[in-house]
Design a protein around this ligand. Structure first.
Ligand SMILES: NC(=O)c1ccc[n+]([C@@H]2O[C@H](COP(=O)([O-])OP(=O)(O)OC[C@H]3O[C@@H](n4cnc5c(N)ncnc54)[C@H](OP(=O)(O)O)[C@@H]3O)[C@@H](O)[C@H]2O)c1
Length: 290
């Protein structure tokens, strides 16, 4: 990557920090080439400067000098911030982390003055073990695209998807950590009911989960294959899975993902200021997740 490549990060919250941390710790970008701005003041920006060596700024106009602009503000703030930023855009790449805001909508907000990449990271990017879904669009130069994908790969895996899958991926890998934690929470509570102390239950839980994920990865197995390997007819795992099947757990999980994807589509319409009642019945996204 060109050592002069410069990045303007709008927002200094959790996701902005995860991005900055990921791209600086292994030296992918010189932190002195990363400018960060927020709304409410210096304290947080100075903290990021202390931790990662980035450059605090209070001038959106600095974006004019940067190659990449990363929008890490809440979806509800996006229209106002892009309106202020627009005069300083002249063909840079703008990456959005915001849920629900389509490339077309973002492109319209910047009045075509930038190439827009829509992404959906998940929370494990904070420990560089995340997955970021990305949709680029045809207007993007191959080298610019490669630069952005390289940066996002510092945070974990990157999956390129067509835009019509972004609500689905928001539900799956975006909300996925929350779903996994809900199941883990239930397992932990059940373990305590079986007689373990909370501390022992937590240790057994984390090691079981991390170990299972690592085994799947290292052995190259699907979850179904590993499950079959550890399930003998009439054994303990078989008895537990039978109880899950009797309760229709797979149907419940499918229902949860559909509900999340549908909510993502609805929230997108709300953030974009569209009338969800008028749009919903014909929306491809809505019918997809029914
Ligand atoms: N956190 C996650 O797990 C996650 C996962 C996937 C996607 N995302 C997306 O990532 C984006 C950021 O999320 P987050 O969790 O990092 O949010 P956050 O912690 O609330 O941070 C938002 C940041 O935006 C700044 N901001 C708001 N208006 C601004 C303005 N006019 N000019 C400059 N800065 C402004 C805020 O500054 P002040 O604090 O000074 O107001 C704050 O630093 C969101 O779109 C979210 O949907 C987050």
């Amino acid at each position: 990557m060109n050592p002069d490549y410069s990045i303007f990060v709008v927002g200094a919250g959790a996701m902005a920090e995860a991005f900055i941390r990921g791209i600086t710790v292994r030296g992918a970008v010189d932190p002195k080439q990363i400018y960060v701005i927020n709304r409410s003041g210096r304290a947080r920006l100075e903290e990021l400067q202390r931790l990662y060596g980035v450059v605090p700024t209070d001038a959106l106009s600095d974006a004019a000098e940067c190659d990449l602009v990363v929008m890490s503000v809440k979806p509800a703030d996006m229209a106002a911030v892009l309106q202020q930023l627009r005069p300083f855009l002249h063909g840079q790449v703008v990456v959005s982390f915001a849920a629900g805001l389509t490339r077309a909508w973002l492109h319209e907000q910047v009045e075509g003055r930038a190439h827009v990449i829509r992404t959906m990271p998940n929370i494990p990017v904070a420990v560089m073990s995340g997955v970021t879904a990305v949709t680029c669009g045809p207007d993007l130069d191959a080298q610019e695209r490669e630069h952005v994908l390289f940066l996002l790969r510092q945070l974990g895996e990157v999956v390129e998807l067509s835009e019509d899958m972004m609500d689905a991926v928001t539900a799956f890998s975006g909300s996925g950590p929350g779903f996994v934690c809900y199941v883990l929470e239930a397992m932990e509570n059940a373990a305590v009911q079986l007689g373990f102390t909370p501390e022992t239950a937590r240790l057994l839980l984390l090691q079981t989960v991390v170990g299972t994920a690592r085994t799947l990865d290292e052995w190259g197995l699907s979850p179904a294959e590993l499950r079959k390997r550890v399930t003998s007819k009439g054994g303990t795992t078989h008895a537990g899975i039978q109880a899950m099947q009797d309760a229709n757990l797979d149907g419940i999980i499918a229902q949860a993902l559909r509900a999340a994807a549908q909510r993502s589509a609805e929230m997108g319409r709300e953030y974009r200021g569209e009338d969800s009642e008028a749009v919903a019945p014909d929306s491809a996204a809505r019918s997809r997740f029914r």
